[in-house]
Design a protein. Structure first.
Length: 397
């Protein structure tokens, strides 16, 4: 049995670069950029009006002019209309290009409009107000998004604004999720008194989808010949296999032996942790990786977040994020020589500290408890007593 740190090191030593591909920008949400994106022109590309009102020359304000004749009305997208006299103004809308002959925008709320004239009703006017100046956000050729960044809705907006209709993103591994066990039936079936519905595979699939990865699913019965045959097919068609169940010490846990016969080298089996102690990890001679998680729902869920997602992000070159930590809200005892991944509910206290409230369930089979929690808190193996106020790493989900 190895430590959590040793397991993490072994897994991260097996990161794989799957290359890159071109996708339409609107389909890139959740993907990882494989190229730097630069501004094709200044952002904004012109002096942009930020309030509906009138555009004037501030020199007119300085000279005491308070009533302006409206020369024209300019909407966003219209060609700018210049004024010729300080007593003139242009009625102008948000998003319009500021005429070069003006330098200040006065909002409607500070005006009285009557008979083609706009009269100030306030003295609080500043030169250059209500204008978003050209190049204020980014200059042409400035970097707007870098290799390794996750494409978020904000990045999608930037990509559209700089004309990147297509972009290069990191290729995702081909992943299949395998569940196993004769006690499992499909979601739409009525289970017998000794059966339960499959849920682990759907949970894993949902988590992966949140990270931009669409995985296939397959169920294995407790039949060693069928297991070996199906594993062989999966090894030929996928880069990564995620297994849930069938790797412990039971008489029907045929998966480790089948993997060995299929030349998948075991890199470790069993980790000094709770939940998820029977976790198995291996690599096929052709490079395919197998993450075999214990069948208990909480164990699968924890191992997925603690091991697979960090491996996936490392393989895709995702920029590392700061380690998250929280404050334990109450005293806790754990008398096992294992690293404990405690389920916690997170909240901020009045001092803006991130607090972790333990929500102890009924063991690693208590998947209902996951709906009431936000994260796993990683408690060190070398301690048995954990005091209120101590700070430990968390894994949010």
């Amino acid at each position: 049995m190895i430590t959590v740190e040793e397991a993490e090191k072994i897994i991260l030593a097996q990161t794989v670069d799957y290359g890159a591909e071109i996708v339409p920008f609107e389909l890139a949400l959740g993907r990882v950029l494989a190229e730097n994106i630069k501004a094709d022109r200044d952002l904004p590309p012109f002096n942009r009006v930020t309030m509906d009102g009138i555009a004037v020359s501030y020199e007119a304000i300085e000279s005491g002019i308070s009533t302006f004749r409206i020369k024209a009305t300019q909407a966003a997208g219209d060609e700018p209309v210049d004024i010729e006299e300080h007593t003139e103004c242009v009625e102008i809308m948000t998003g319009a290009m500021l005429p070069e002959s003006t330098n200040t925008v006065i909002r409607y709320e500070d005006l009285e409009l009557r008979a083609g004239l706009a009269t100030l009703v306030t003295n609080e006017i500043r030169r250059g107000q209500n204008i978003h100046y050209k190049g204020k956000d980014k200059k042409q050729d400035d970097l707007v998004a870098a290799v390794g960044e996750l494409v978020t809705p904000a990045i999608i907006s930037l990509l559209a604004s700089v004309g990147e209709a297509e972009l290069r993103v990191k290729k995702l591994p081909r992943v299949v999720i395998l569940s196993s066990g004769n006690e499992l039936v499909e979601v739409d079936q009525d289970p017998g008194p000794f059966q339960i519905r499959r849920s682990n595979n759907y949970t894993v699939k949902a988590v992966l989808k949140e990270h931009g990865l669409e995985a296939d699913m397959l169920h294995l019965p407790d039949d060693k010949e069928i297991i070996k045959k199906q594993l062989q097919i999966c090894l030929e068609n996928y880069d990564t296999i995620l297994l849930s169940g069938g790797i412990s010490m039971g008489k029907f846990d045929h998966i480790p032996k089948a993997l060995q016969e299929l030349t998948v080298n075991q890199l470790f089996h069993k980790v000094q942790q709770r939940p998820g102690k029977p976790f198995w990890f291996g690599k096929h001679q052709n490079g395919q990786l197998v993450f075999a998680f214990p069948g208990n729902p909480v164990a699968t869920f924890m191992c997925l977040h603690r091991y697979f997602l960090p491996w996936l992000h490392a393989s895709l070159g995702v920029k590392e994020k700061p380690v998250l930590r929280a404050v334990l809200s109450q005293r806790l005892s754990f008398h096992f020589p294992l690293k404990y991944f405690l389920q916690v509910k997170l909240h901020y206290n009045e001092y803006c500290q991130l607090m972790a409230v333990p929500v102890e369930g009924n063991g690693s089979g208590d998947f209902a408890n996951l709906a009431d929690t936000d994260a796993f808190m990683e408690l060190p193996v070398e301690k048995n007593e954990f005091k209120r106020g101590e700070v430990f790493r968390i894994w949010k989900f």
